[in-house]
Design a binder for this molecule. Structure first.
Ligand code: LMR
Length: 344
């Protein structure tokens, strides 16, 4: 009996000693100290979701941005990039960002007209001559106005990235003149301007998420689609498309967006680092997106794809045919923004 009491007192004293030196697993207040966990609570993780392949202007820019932020913040900020729509498609990424499930996205402009019709301006055919023309507009009144449309939705526009200009592909016939489009069916991004563009050319459209385009073409649900060289190449869309016309008929760009509440909650030094990294990435991206040469060569070397160049005369016919869009969408887009892209 005496021995039992002795053991009991020993256990109680042992527990007391353990408690006093700070090891309290049972009461759960403090966890054992672990060197490797130091600073973990200060780590900032930003989940960045996008829908294209890693070896495209947007995919490469996202990876470069993540690397720059890691370096500049000395590992304090981690940008976790989720490419290829592995987390969200373009249909669900805006809602996920607004809920705060992810903190950063870079949707293409055509997906943003669901937020505000002002974004239709970026889909207008032949609205920009080249990347410099686009930069001029986005760095001026137009870019500022488009960022402003995001604010009521708790989103912060932080940069514009580029993927260059769209080209036409299809599997039926070479597309040279507007008449060549008659009766064909094209996949488009979700945009009334893009639908109207094809309607004016005598073609019909369906809108599907980017990561379904390969299957759409494979199954023959559509005859063709419009996209940039890097997207056509990286998603192997050329496998089911015999013809590609270098039309440069419209621009495909991205708006880099943060969840605004998350952004405002970041320490100011972290915001500065991110802004600096974004500026550097954006400059690099604009160069990268222009560099289509390698991609074009890769497509030209693919024996099954015929690449068609438009003459000035062909282009004039396309422009003339598509011109009514400007009038039709003038009210939707607003006359002030229309002026920012309309060439004299
Ligand atoms: C598309 O055709 O949907 C793509 O251009 C999307 C993207 O983000 O480039």
């Amino acid at each position: 009996m005496k021995m039992m009491a002795g053991i009991g007192i020993f256990i109680v004293l042992g527990l007391l000693a353990a408690y006093m030196i700070g090891f309290q697993p049972i009461f759960g207040e403090k966890l054992p100290f672990d060197d490797e966990q130091t600073g973990l609570k200060d780590r900032i993780v930003i989940k960045f979701s996008h829908v294209v392949a890693e070896n495209t202007p947007k995919g490469l820019a996202a990876a470069r941005f993540a690397e720059l932020v890691k370096k500049k913040s000395r590992d304090r900020v981690e940008i976790q990039v989720f490419p290829n729509g592995m987390l969200y498609s373009e249909k669900t990424e805006v809602a996920a960002l607004r809920r705060g499930d992810i903190q950063m996205i870079a949707p293409s402009f055509s997906n943003m007209n669901a937020i505000d019709p002002a974004w239709y301006v970026m889909d207008l055919p032949f609205a920009f001559r080249d990347q410099q023309d686009v930069n001029r507009a986005l760095q001026g009144k137009l870019g500022k106005r488009l960022f402003e449309t995001l604010e009521p939705y708790g989103m912060k526009g932080a940069a514009y990235w580029s993927n260059g200009f769209r080209q036409m592909t299809n599997d039926v016939r070479p597309l040279r003149t507007p008449d060549d489009f008659r009766g064909l069916k094209f996949r488009v991004q979700p945009s009334e301007v893009l639908e109207r563009q094809f309607n004016l050319l005598g073609a019909s459209t369906i809108s599907t998420p980017f990561n379904e385009v390969y299957r759409n073409l494979e199954a023959g649900v559509v005859d063709g689609q419009e996209n940039t060289v890097s997207n056509i190449l990286s998603k192997r869309l050329y496998q089911f498309q015999r013809y590609m016309t270098i039309s440069n008929h419209s621009y495909l760009g991205y708006v880099v967006v943060f969840n605004e509440e998350f952004w405002n909650g970041l320490p100011s030094d972290v915001r500065l680092i991110i802004e600096q990294a974004l500026r550097e990435t954006t400059l690099w991206n604009n160069q990268e997106a222009l560099n289509n040469e390698k991609g074009l060569r890769a497509l030209a070397n693919n024996a099954d794809m015929e690449i068609i160049a438009l003459t000035e005369n062909d282009k004039a016919l396309w422009t003339e045919k598509l011109n009514p869009i400007y009038k039709e969408f003038a009210q939707t887009v607003g006359p002030d923004l229309m002026e920012e892209v309309r060439r004299p």
